[in-house]
Design a protein around this ligand. Structure first.
Ligand code: SF4
Length: 572
């Protein structure tokens, strides 16, 4: 069942009012890949009446008022991506295309969507029910953060948007608890996974340096980020508070980790896997091509690449679905009209973390003093791809499935670290689960830059490349590796990009094309380095390229395409 998007649809299912109205910056695709959809359907499953308004027109009351006022709360999200990341490139040019908008033109999601949607609601529903922010934009902007697009530190989005509550992380549990407490009239302030504004400090919580202190002293901002990052594990995290004007942002500890039964319950919900007809008539939604026949096997990632925000949003612990739940979803896909036998992706944030997790972390929380994969995989992980091999086999054997691809990113250091069946796993991928090319993301080849990124060194990349091509030879396959690389990451100079180019030509025997300029997205370690120009792990000053022309140059010395150089002045 689709969530209703109009009064007529509400009437058809006999709902005269709604408990919760979701407002989203993405169009409404009824899929587990859309966070608003998941929250909405999860609330419906638990007895609440939920409707959705996707990409409302912000210049008229028409869209935002069409479902009336919710009884319990509004739930606002910018969509699957932060609205500034969705709307602008790494060099601050407006993006023309949007895969989450019908018709593909990027003209529906406003900049700083959570703020704009909150204002829109307040304009037409004065003194209405509370507004709860959620999704990646809210989650990563929940405390004081660096905003690349305005080149300054900003307060929590909750202060900027003037909303009531912010739900962070994967919000099923906190949103359900909010609905329950709003309905019963109980105090909601103790719910895990939420932030709110308070006049009082929360004495039992840890204090983060205030907004004013962070603005006036970069080392205070580093201290604030490190404490914030360290208090993100559902087993060990403390609550936090941070003064942001005369008041405090209070962050309760994160939601408890989902059990396997709970994550199965979420992914077993009856998703339509289609764009809602109200939005479908507005044009083709390109994102659907990628997600329609894809399956999520797990959430969370312990890779902790410094430029990635998954650890802060989904967490460092892998929570996996049961094989039975994944198989059931694959069997449902087979029944879909027009299914041609191909599962486009069986993965998660990192595909090959399924079935590999640390027992100590599950019991006592993630280590604070070391990382699970950097500088090399921790022995406590006991890396073994056996479970994934079994899963791949089971899905492949379903009648009607011709091929299962793994398109999500893979950690090749994990594959090489698996003495028991890493080679068999790679053989299996090469033989049967990639379509001509395997995409990997070494991001760089120079060890100094890789250390700033928190990625494995180039010798691991070279070993993996050799194994991959040996297996292709063995199976008489003509497949190749595609390398995703980053230019202008903090600590990276033009000289290192030249060395990358040399390594790519001499050792990898490629002319790299997939090179992205680093984007300082909110709440990552790399963004902290970008803003402060300090390596937070050593306290030493580092070089950071901030000139747009020189950022292009870093990229273009690798790609050999110099079209953007000279186009820009010394812009920052
Ligand atoms: S023991 Fe190792 S794998 Fe486990 S949480 Fe700590 S660093 Fe990660």
């Amino acid at each position: 069942m689709f969530l209703p998007t109009t009064r007529e649809e509400m009437d058809k299912i006999g709902w005269n009012e709604l408990d919760v109205i979701l407002v989203s910056g993405d169009t409404y695709i009824d899929t587990s890949y859309n966070g608003s959809t998941v929250i909405g359907k999860f609330l419906v499953k638990n007895g609440y009446r939920v409707g959705i308004i996707a990409q409302p027109d912000t210049n008229s009351p028409e869209d935002i008022t069409r479902l009336g006022e919710p009884k319990l709360f509004w739930a606002v999200s910018a969509g699957a991506v932060d609205s500034m990341v969705a709307n602008y490139t790494a060099t601050k040019k407006k993006r023309k295309n949007d895969d989450f908008t019908p018709g593909g033109i990027n003209d529906r999601r406003p900049d700083r969507a959570c703020i704009v949607y909150t204002n829109l609601i307040k304009k037409y529903f004065k003194d209405g029910p509370p507004i709860v922010l959620g999704g990646i934009e809210a989650s990563l902007r929940r405390v004081v953060h660096y905003d690349f697009w305005s080149n300054k530190l900003r307060k929590s989005l909750l202060f900027d948007a003037k909303a009531d509550i912010l739900s962070y992380g994967m919000g099923e549990k906190s949103m359900l608890e909010l609905a329950r407490t709003f309905q019963s009239g109980e105090d909601w302030r103790g719910i895990r996974g939420i932030c709110y504004i308070s006049k009082e400090r929360e004495e039992t919580y840890l204090e983060l340096p205030s907004y004013e202190d962070c603005v006036s002293d970069k080392f205070k901002f580093i201290e604030a980020f490190e404490r914030f990052y360290a208090n993100n594990d559902p087993v060990t995290a403390n609550g936090l508070y941070q003064k942001q004007d005369t008041r405090y942002l209070v962050q309760n500890p994160p939601s408890k980790r989902l059990t396997q039964e709970e994550i199965d319950e979420i992914y077993n919900m009856d998703f339509e896997r289609k764009v809602h007809p109200y939005y479908r008539v507005q044009g083709e939604v390109r994102a659907l091509d990628t997600i329609k026949n894809s399956i999520t096997t797990h959430r969370g990632c312990y890779g902790e690449c410094n430029f990635c925000s998954i650890a802060v949003h989904q967490g460092r612990t892998v929570v996996e679905r049961s094989e039975a739940s994944i198989i059931a979803e694959a069997e449902n896909i087979v029944q879909e009209k027009g299914f041609k036998g191909y599962i486009s992706d069986l993965g998660g944030p990192t595909a090959n973390m399924y079935g590999i997790e640390c027992g100590k972390k599950l019991q006592k929380g993630a280590c604070q003093d070391k990382r699970c994969l950097y500088p090399q995989p921790c022995p406590a992980l006991r890396v073994n791809h056996k479970k994934q091999l079994k899963l791949l086999k089971s899905i492949k054997n379903i009648k009607g499935i011709k091929k299962v691809f793994i398109a999500s990113g893979l950690r090749y250091d994990l594959i090489l670290n698996d003495n028991a069946c890493g080679n068999v796993y790679l053989e299996e991928l090469v033989k049967d689960h990639i379509s001509g090319q395997m995409k990997i993301a070494p991001e760089h080849t120079e060890d100094r830059v890789l250390s700033y990124m928190g990625k494995p060194g180039k010798s691991v990349l070279k070993d993996f490349k050799d194994s991959f091509y040996e297996l292709n030879k063995k199976f008489d396959k003509k497949q190749f590796l595609t390398y995703y690389l980053i230019a202008a990451h903090p600590g990276c100079t033009e000289l290192e990009m030249k060395k990358l180019k040399d390594f790519a030509s001499s050792e990898l025997r490629i002319n790299p094309e997939q090179v992205q300029i680093f984007t300082p997205t909110p709440s990552t370690y790399s963004t902290l380095m970008y803003y402060t120009e300090v390596d937070p792990f050593t306290g030493r000053k580092i070089f950071v390229e901030k000139d747009i022309n020189k950022k292009y140059k870093q990229k273009e010395v690798v790609t050999g395409n110099f079209k953007n150089i000279k186009k820009y002045g010394n812009k920052k």
